[in-house]
Design a protein around this ligand. Structure first.
Ligand code: DX5
Ligand code: ZN
Length: 218
C-alpha cells in the first residue's frame, strides 16, 4: 500500500497536552503518531521515555511509531514494546550490533524500523532489508524539530526504494518535511512522511490550531 501516510511528530506538540494534541491530529487526518524519544547521549536533546509512551498510548487510535534516538538501545526495547509501540525504530549508528537489535524488537511482537542518519550511506541497509518493516531516512540531523531539509538525502531514498524491491518495507522520511519537500520525497519512493513543525505550527490545541489544514497541505 504505497498511499502516502502522514505521521505528525509530537516533538513539536504542546508537551503539557499530549492527549488532546493527539486526539486533534488524529481527528484531522493524521495516519500515524510519531514519537521522538531522545536520551541526551545519542542526540543533544532529551524528550521522554517509556512512561510517557505508556501514558499517551490510550489516546492513539492509529499507529504509535516510536523513534528511538538513544544509545545503547537493547536494554530499553522491552519497556517500549510494553508501552504499546506498534513500530520501534532504532538507529543503525546507535551501536555495533544493529542486526541483533532489530531481532530483539521483532521478538517483542512490535514491527522493527531501521533509522539512517544523513551521514550513513544507504548501502548500510543492504543486508538488513529482510529484518525490518520500515527504514527511516533522516533528512535532518536528529535532535530537534524545525530544521532545514537536507536535499542530498533524496538520492538515498531513490536507491533505497530500488533496494527494497517488492518487500513489504515502508520508507519513512523524517525531518524538514513540509509542502515543498513532501512531493520530492514521495516521488523518490517514500510512503510515510513524518512532520513536526509543519503540522504543529500555529500553536497548541488550546487555541484550536489548523492541524487539518497543515496536514492536508503536505
Ligand atoms: C528529529 C526528529 C524528527 C523531528 C521532525 O530528531 O526525529 O521526527 O521531530 O521535526 P520537523 O518535521 O519539524 O523537522
Ligand atoms: Zn523522528
Amino acid at each position: 500500500d504505497r498511499r502516502i501516510k502522514i505521521a505528525p511528530s509530537i516533538l513539536s506538540a504542546d508537551f503539557a497536552n499530549f492527549g488532546q494534541e493527539i486526539q486533534a491530529i488524529e481527528s484531522q487526518g493524521a495516519d500515524w503518531v510519531h514519537v521522538d524519544v531522545m536520551d541526551g547521549h545519542f542526540v543533544p536533546n532529551i524528550t521522554f521515555g517509556p512512561a510517557t509512551c505508556k501514558a499517551i498510548r490510550p489516546h492513539i487510535k492509529g499507529v504509535m511509531d516510536v523513534h528511538l534516538m538513544i544509545s545503547p538501545v537493547d536494554s530499553y526495547i522491552d519497556a517500549f514494546a510494553q508501552s504499546g509501540a506498534d513500530f520501534i525504530t532504532a538507529h543503525l549508528e546507535a551501536g555495533p550490533h544493529i542486526h541483533r537489535t532489530l531481532q530483539a524488537i521483532r521478538a517483542t511482537g512490535a514491527k522493527a524500523g531501521l533509522a539512517l542518519n544523513p551521514g550513513t550511506p544507504v548501502e548500510a541497509a543492504k543486508g538488513l532489508l529482510d529484518d525490518v518493516d520500515l527504514v527511516c531516512v533522516m533528512t535532518v540531523n536528529p535532535g530537534f524539530g524545525g530544521q532545514k531539509f537536507i536535499m542530498s538525502q533524496i538520492e538515498k531514498i531513490r536507491s533505497l526504494r530500488s533496494m527494497i524491491g517488492d518487500r513489504p518495507v515502508h520508507i519513512e522520511i523524517d525531518g524538514g518535511v513540509d509542502p515543498n519537500t513532501a512531493p520530492l520525497v514521495a516521488e523518490a519512493g517514500a510512503d510515510v512522511l513524518v512532520a513536526g513543525s509543519a503540522v504543529f505550527k500555529g500553536g497548541s490545541v488550546s487555541n484550536s490550531a489548523p492541524y487539518g489544514e497543515n496536514i492536508r497541505a503536505i
